[in-house]
Design a protein around this ligand. Structure first.
Ligand code: F3S
Length: 755
């Protein structure tokens, strides 16, 4: 058994009491999100209520999940913490590194060969520290979590942006960076700004071609890619209760596309059915016992506008199937308007490939609905005109759908069943296309459709829809096909229509699997060796960063004064660098290569003050490091916005940058810098940014009296011999100053461990 029932029972044991106490403090009825959040405060119920959208709050998550691309650095850091075991149940899922090319078996074999070293590392480190390990081919992180670990009322974090998928089982599940995962696994609290709340009231009932996917495609159209930022989206109403748990998960999963912190549904009978069907009847019983706390209070449902920051209403009975895209998931088209949009915008009408599956849409219900459409191609003598691929979300789903004949149906219409992995959803797709520069269209049941996301080709127009609609379009081979109104001509020259899809929510004969692909950790992992080859180019053990030397920092060189936008992508690019996510030295060769140098407006070209020559940013910084000289990076507004990847903070730290001085920080990046023992400073007067010159040597003064709410002083030593001083601000609290002094948050954990 993979899940930890005792842990869940412990969460439920005190749940009601904490919710009642929170209701007293907040002084009004509570939404479901508030109940779960207040029940998971790391320091217990506070004296006064937190302000949504304002206050930073420390939480104690119940679980951590990591996928293989992000787990590497998270676990390399965890090794540094000096803990014998993870403090909360945690899992690793090998899903991102499998490239789709010919089909499941061969692709999996290739991935095992190519990534053997990374997989062995993840397997052994999981074994050592008490982490559940899901092998390559076991499935996609979010589907596996839904089937095994998600539980109503729980709080989890995951190192992947679609972690909110577990909201389909009434859990608050939030995507984070590896450094956050490391902290929680080490037993530290996890900080989050108390989210605002968006309520989505669902009335009516889905029918015909409309599916749960269309709910979120419609919501994305309403809220846009930014509309959910800083918010939890809570779904409620009789329409919500009518959706299957996996349908709910689809909606929560794609809440990531509107920028939401997470999305959630309240506990109901559909969730209980899913828990029982996945052999977790005991969790369903335990949840039933605290059911009233796993839903918002009745007053909230009666008057939602009073309790949510924003309320949207959607009538499922009227909901049309949607197709969103291209290039952005919030460009939402009702099916009846889509063909016209295709023609008016000149998008390629011929559909090259239809792809179903992914963590968003690979439930048993999804695949039965898609198969009911595929079956019609067989019985109605229709040829499938597009390429067609199927990605089961897990081995449990794959085995069960194979047993029930669904995969055979897909194969009969020319479908290729890919490995239970991310594959084309994350660009791990060796696509067969005659001309990679040809404008072409594909349609997927995935979640993201940014340019190049699926196949790396700029001219691919990628659209997102439900699996059943993708299947119908693939049969037709045309983007302008509307299965609700259009006929198709079969191989005998007859005109036929596709009937509405039919789904089966949960397998009638139950789920089955021979080998789910799970490796339980050793009871006592102390003797387990974690092997990382010193000659590896993909993995590298971390060394502790040096503690602060106890003095002011003098003689720092200006590495770069970044101009304008400098996101985590500018600081630590993704794409081909994904390969080095477990090797800090190698990935540091991308440090700041996307940032624009203020002094010459160029990227990746900065002056080496030791030679006077211009060089690439990482090379110049390595020269300073070799000479034992520290440096400083200067930046503009909202420095470090974008992803939460900790590499953007670890790389400069590793290469010897001592401080980042900017007009303002993106919050997560600022925290990441602090965690890595860097100085994250802001100009007290933003105009001082202008005074920093390319040849400056900089001193940071006041560190021996580094205190919360205080300021530090910057002294610019200009090359002409003049000097200039100004004040800079910081937001370090007592603990964060300790991180700085120790050299990193991890060093501090380790020190405390050794006391
Ligand atoms: Fe994987 Fe795509 Fe989901 S990359 S985790 S299938 S969003």
């Amino acid at each position: 058994m993979a899940f930890d029932f005792d842990m869940i029972q412990r969460v439920y044991d005190g749940f009601g009491e904490r919710v009642e106490a929170a209701r007293q403090v907040v002084g009004r009825p509570l939404t479901l999100s508030e109940k779960i959040l207040y029940a998971h405060l790391s320091a217990g119920i506070p004296q006064k209520a937190y302000n949504r959208g304002k206050d930073y709050v420390d939480f104690a998550p119940d679980r951590v999940a990591m996928q293989d691309a992000t787990a590497q650095m998270a676990l390399l850091q965890f090794m540094q913490a000096g803990r014998p075991q993870v403090a909360v149940p945690s899992t690793v899922h090998c899903d991102h590194l499998i490239q789709a090319e010919v089909g499941a078996a061969k692709d999996l074999e290739n991935a095992n060969n190519k990534n053997r070293e990374v997989y062995d590392f993840l397997a052994s480190i999981s074994n050592k520290y008490g982490i559940g390990f899901w092998k390559p081919g076991a499935g996609i992180i979010h589907q596996v979590v839904l089937e095994n670990y998600a539980f109503p009322g729980g709080l989890m974090i995951g190192t992947d942006s679609h972690t909110p998928n577990a909201g389909g089982l009434g859990m608050i599940a939030i995507g984070v960076g590896g450094a956050d995962a490391c902290d929680v696994m080490a037993g530290l609290p996890w900080e989050l700004k108390m989210p605002k709340l968006i309520g989505v009231k669902l009335t009516g009932k889905l029918s015909g071609w409309a599916s749960a996917k269309d709910v979120i495609l419609r919501v994305a159209g309403i809220l846009t890619v930014k509309g959910g930022t800083g918010c939890i989206v809570e779904y409620f109403g009789e329409g919500a209760d009518s959706l299957s748990a996996t349908g709910k998960a689809t909606i929560c999963n794609m809440g990531a596309e509107i920028g939401a912190t997470t999305s959630i549904f309240a506990y109901d009978d559909k969730m209980a059915d899913y828990l029982r069907s996945t052999e977790r009847a005991d969790i369903a019983e335990a949840a039933n016992a605290v059911r009233q706390y796993l839903r918002s209070d009745d007053e909230v449902y009666a008057d939602p506008t009073t309790y949510y920051d924003q309320v949207i209403e959607i009538n499922l009975s009227d909901l049309e199937p949607h197709i969103n895209g291209p290039y952005t998931p919030d460009l939402a088209w009702p099916l009846s308007k889509f063909a016209q949009a295709v023609k008016e915008n000149g998008w390629p009408e011929k559909l090259d490939v239809g792809l179903i599956g992914s963590c968003t849409n690979s439930s048993y219900e999804d695949l039965t609905r898609a198969a009911s459409v595929a079956q019609q191609a067989i019985t109605k003598n229709l040829k499938t005109h597009s390429e067609y691929t199927v990605t089961p979300g897990s081995e449990l789903v794959r085995y069960t759908t194979e047993r029930d004949g669904l995969l055979d149906t897909f194969e009969q219409i020319g479908g290729v069943v890919l490995a239970n992995a991310c594959g084309p959803c994350i660009g791990q797709w060796a696509r067969h296309i005659d001309d990679p520069n040809r404008k072409n269209s594909i349609i997927t049941s995935f979640n993201r459709n940014f340019a190049k996301r699926n196949d790396g080709l700029a001219n691919t127009h990628s659209f997102v829809a439900s699996p059943e609609l993708v299947t119908a379009m693939a049969i037709a081979g045309s983007l302008t096909f509307n299965p609700m109104t259009d006929k198709l001509t079969n191989e005998a020259g007859e005109e036929v229509m596709l009937d509405e899809p039919q789904g089966i929510e949960l397998p009638v004969s139950g789920f089955a699997v021979e080998d789910a692909g799970y490796q339980a950790p050793a009871e006592d992992g102390s003797g387990v060796q974690v092997v990382v080859s010193p000659t590896s180019d993909r993995l590298q053990l971390l060394e502790s960063f040096k503690a602060w030397e106890g003095t002011d920092l003098n003689g720092l060189k200006v590495l770069i004064k970044a101009k304008g936008k400098c996101t985590t992508d500018h600081i630590s690019m993704a794409g081909p660098w994904l390969k080095y996510r477990g090797h800090l030295d190698n990935i540091s060769n991308n440090m700041l290569i996307g940032a624009v140098n203020y002094f010459n407006e160029k990227t990746n070209t900065v002056k080496n003050q030791l030679t006077g020559e211009y060089g690439e940013v990482p090379a110049v910084q390595r020269a300073y490091k070799a000479a034992g000289i520290g440096s400083i990076v200067v930046g503009d507004e909202n420095y470090g916005e974008g992803s939460s990847r900790e590499h953007a903070a670890m790389e400069p730290r590793f290469l010897g940058v001592r401080a980042i001085l900017v007009k303002s920080f993106a919050r997560i990046h600022e925290t990441n810098l602090k965690k890595q023992g860097m100085l994250a400073l802001t100009f007290a007067d933003p105009d001082d940014y202008e005074d920093i010159r390319e040849d400056d040597t900089i001193d940071i003064l006041g560190l021996t009296n580094f205190t919360p709410n205080g300021q530090l002083t910057i002294r610019l030593n200009h090359a002409d011999g003049t000097t200039q001083e100004f004040q800079v601000n910081h937001t370090y609290n007592e603990t964060q100053i300790e991180w700085f002094k120790a050299g990193s948050a991890l060093n501090l954990i380790k020190q405390k461990q050794n006391v």
